[in-house]
Design a protein around this ligand. Structure first.
Ligand code: IMP
Length: 385
């Protein structure tokens, strides 16, 4: 069994792109299973910045990359991204396969999204919601429909032989015991079912979506890794209990370069929230954490972690469905002493003692081990624990 699911554990932007890029070294295939051009992964290789919206970052390592059936794809956006990747000398047609069941985003979906949704929930305006609305109303257009209509678009002309039954392709690869990564976009709290509805995206970004969105069955999965930023961020509207609307929030935004890869919007920043992380463990069945951006917390004298919420005198350990409760609950914190600099990180033992305490606390409170630790922007700045 060689299928690993990677999910975001908070509100997205946990640094999945860098992690998938790192883990992709040892795998055969990387699959995106939901969402579309709303996502944005920034990967820095040899100081050169590449932003991906649709194609998994595994493409840089010439891995097979699949856009799964659970996705909604804007063909024009995909073509633009492909052009950027071709500039790097990668023959994309050898590596990219698109599910014949994935749905298409048309211009009208993007127009509708921009007009109706941006101000209400703060959508990225990429047409995601309107395209999924058509899918579930059973009036959507799938990739197979474009093929059968013999569309003469530039996209179909270029990719007709790459639009295939990707579930069947994955089954074949899985039978050969080759490693597969199922890469989620967004994060647990943006999931249409489990997130902070209606301030969510329109797909299942949690591990359940990895199965329906790729056409792989549950018994094939051997690991589910949750990516957790060492603090919390959120783009767009909606409640955020540990948000810091002060200088510390500004510090995290500046140090962490917390601006959206797709929209450029400043991200809201706050302390790490264990109510959210425990929820992510439960919903996704996480077998381990990958903690990112620990270095951003360096130089803070004190660092807080939310243990539980207090609402009307009651302690809440489970993430509530009610936005009213979320908006009016008070996070209860444990305070940790900070550290100056992570220094040259070689192993867990080489980390400053205070940062070790912080990480061990996260593991203990969530009853889930940290498997990897990522810091800094470069693809090599990751250690295995
Ligand atoms: P949509 O997915 O464009 O419909 O946007 C719905 C909500 O999800 C908005 O609050 C967006 O800011 C948020 N969102 C969508 N994609 C991402 C992402 O990749 N990272 C962080 N937030 C996202």
């Amino acid at each position: 069994m060689a299928v690993t699911i990677i999910v975001g554990s908070q509100w997205g932007d946990e640094g999945k792109g860098k992690i998938v890029d790192f883990l992709a070294k040892n795998v055969t295939v990387v699959v995106r299973y939901q969402g579309g051009g709303n996502a944005g992964h920034t990967v820095i290789v040899d100081g050169r910045k590449t932003v991906f919206h649709l194609i998994p970052s595994g493409i840089l390592q010439k891995k097979i990359c699949i856009l799964g059936n659970g996705m909604v794809i804007n063909p024009e956006g995909l073509l633009k991204e492909v052009e950027e990747i071709e500039k790097l000398g990668i023959d994309i047609k050898k590596y990219l396969f698109i599910s014949d069941r994935a749905h298409v985003i048309f211009h009208r979906h993007r127009q509708q999204d921009k007009h109706e949704n941006v101000n209400r929930i703060g959508s990225t305006g990429q047409g995601i919601g309107p395209s999924y609305t058509d899918k579930f109303a059973r009036v959507g257009t799938r990739m197979i429909d474009l093929l059968e209509k013999k569309s003469s678009s530039k996209f179909i002309a270029k990719f007709k032989s790459n639009i295939v039954d990707t579930s069947a392709l994955l089954a074949k690869i899985n039978r050969q015991k080759k490693e597969i990564i199922l890469e989620g976009a967004q994060g647990t709290l943006l999931d249409i079912d489990h997130g902070t509805y209606p301030f969510v995206t329109s797909s299942n970004s949690t591990s359940g979506g990895a199965l329906t969105g790729s056409g792989i069955g549950p018994m094939e999965v051997c690991n589910v890794f949750g990516i957790a930023k060492a603090y919390t961020t959120r783009v767009g509207n909606g409640p955020f209990p540990t948000e810091l609307s002060n200088k510390t929030g500004e510090f995290l935004r500046t140090q962490g370069k917390e601006f959206g890869a797709t929209t450029g919007r400043p991200r809201r920043c706050g302390w790490l929230d264990l109510v959210i992380l425990r929820y992510a463990v439960r919903i996704n069945s996480l077998s381990g954490w990958i903690v990112t951006k620990l270095d951003i917390l360096s130089n803070l004298p004190k660092i807080k972690v939310c243990l539980y919420y207090k609402y009307k005198g009651k302690k809440l350990y489970d993430f509530p469905a009610s936005l009213k409760v979320l908006q009016n609950c008070r996070p209860v914190y444990r305070e940790f002493s900070g550290w100056k600099d992570l220094g040259k990180v070689k192993s867990f033992a080489s980390l400053p003692k205070n940062s070790q305490k912080y990480l061990r606390f996260l593991e203990k409170e969530t009853e889930t081990p940290i498997k990897y630790l990522s810091f800094g922007q470069d693809r090599n700045q990751i250690i295995r624990l």
